[in-house]
Design a protein around this ligand. Sequence first.
Ligand code: PMP
Length: 433
Amino acid sequence: MAIPEAIRNQSVPKVDSQGKNLADFINLPEPSKDIFAKTLPFYGFMQDITEKQYNHWSRELVGPSANRVMIHDKYTGSVREMIMMASNNYLGLTTHPKVVKAGMEAQRDYGAGAGSVPLLAGTNDIHRELELKLAKFKGCEDAMIFTSGYSSNVGIVSALVRETDVALNDRLNHASIIDGCRLSGGSLRAFRHNDMESLEKALAHCRKKYDGILLVVDGVFSMDGDIADLPKIKELADEYGARVMIDEAHASGVLGSNGRGTPEHFGMEGEIDIVAGTLSKALGVVGGFVASSKEVINYLRFYARSNMFSTAMTPAAAGSLVAALDVIQTEPELRERLWYNIRYMIDNLKALGLDLGNAETAIIPIIIPDEDVLRDVSRYVHSAGVFVNPVYYPAVPKGLSRLRLSLMATHTQEDLDTTLGVIEDAVRKYGVI
Ligand code: PMP
């Protein structure tokens, strides 16, 4: 039942958003014992940022996610075009004709849904074809798919890490890995981001204290766009008897001369124990996967609860993904264009004097430490027609809030130059440079 209108109007507090962020609304003292009471102050905060036109969450796209998008703009009440600089559709495959056509054919031939969980009646031959292709692409014995990258990470980690084991994480690992650790019943530890001294210390400690060690890193870090030091990570893992899991969400299709990801980038294919990732970014569709030895995959099919208890991926998604894996390998010019765009934007944003952290891939953070300034910059950039997301604490550490740009192979020179012009105007206007 909804909160009664009279109570709601009386008690939604007016919240001034100045200097506040999402974390300020977690664990507030409860004004009453009603389980919904906690939702009211946050609602007041959202009302305030919407009135000030700072609310750019969940902008509605009217049409496909491409380099240019049409959005329904709640502030102007109109449908308008924007340059999309916030999508993970790195190679532009969401609208690739072969990928779209294969999905439509799979939907026609197999129906709209899989009808059951994968272990019971929900596995189509097209799902298995996708798994075998993924295993080959990642240089592993076998692979399995999930309905999202989030559920694959949660499933893998929670299945493998038991009470006496530990999951050892880079501090900037994705939330899905952390959630998997929390569900696992095992221990959760972290080392400083991509800091190999900190990792070695943590490994030495874990080796004494726990049984199995699952050392987990993102290949490309989702908020910073830098690359894990995989050779050193693997060397240390071997020294301390840890297994390595890498989340290739932002690396598959992007890194390596054939787009096979971080291990290919470092010439280490076949050396990483567990290669996981999502099928929703460079692959352009939706879903997650894990590739590993046949024994690990067989185990996960039965113990990764997010797979076992959840209906299989739609046939349309599986059909599109089979085609997407082919396109990634047969159209290297997409990756070449993406890398041209990455270099062009990093060079030109740095030339403006902006702080991009250690960005080196398609994700480019522009660090703007003051969240109130970031809100103003973000509102300006939105009204000037560039779609980019601001990221605030707690999604990133305090003092490291940022505009997060994502580049695609389908961005034209005009898209890049217009975006640079808009960002330059915004950061000058609000004193970032
Ligand atoms: N891992 C990383 C590093 C990610 O950035 C994401 C996507 N936000 C995920 C996993 C989850 O993937 P999905 O969106 O397919 O659930």
